[in-house]
Write a new protein. Structure first.
Length: 188
């Protein structure tokens, strides 16, 4: 299994999170953020720069708890909003010439492991023509909110490529003891 402390995160993944922290001044951020995370949120986040995952994860966890009330549905919805913006403004090239959900999901899988995160291991398995399972290997239980966010991103990708009746469920969770977190993805 890959350890999160070897992972880097692209600035495009941090911009909205840092804006959220800086926008909610009434929240007790000092009680939730590590020193490295505090240094991260006062920087100007550059979309093309790689940042250490631990401070970013600490920021995401703080946003999840303080703004989202530790609600997986809130994190999933935020992932959809963030994903739509990100895929329309920054990574729109994965949709160029594509009306095919499967091809875009393959590009997203590659993009995730090479251009958004480093140090992440995932396995994609085709169950049926419009049914896939994605296993992400992670041994850090603190990454739980990341997966709700990714759930929203996956939904919006399928929506943007014409998929309907979308179902993206987390059927195994590493933070509950599973070997990997498994997404079950279906659409029509």
């Amino acid at each position: 299994m890959k350890k999160i402390n070897n992972m880097l995160v692209k600035g495009t993944m941090l911009v909205d999170m840092v804006k959220a922290i800086n926008g909610f001044k009434d929240k007790p951020w000092d009680e939730y953020l590590t020193e490295d995370a505090k240094k991260l949120v006062v920087q100007r986040i550059l979309p093309s720069v790689w940042y250490p995952a631990e401070p970013a994860l600490n920021c995401l966890r703080a946003v999840y708890e303080l703004i989202g009330g530790s609600d997986p549905e809130v994190a999933r919805q935020w992932g959809k909003v963030n994903g739509k913006r990100t895929f329309e403004e920054v990574y729109n090239t994965i949709f160029v010439g594509q009306g095919n959900v499967i091809e875009v999901l393959k590009k997203f899988s590659f993009l995730s492991s090479k251009a958004l995160f480093t140090g992440l291991e995932l396995d994609v398995k085709e169950i049926d023509k419009k049914h896939y399972q994605v296993r992400i290997f992670d041994d850090n239980p603190r990454t739980e909110p990341v997966y709700y966010f990714v759930q929203g991103w996956t939904e919006v990708i399928i929506e943007m490529t014409g998929g309907e009746n979308i179902s993206v469920n987390i059927i195994e969770k590493h933070w509950e003891g599973a070997e990997a977190t498994v997404f079950d993805i279906r659409w029509e």
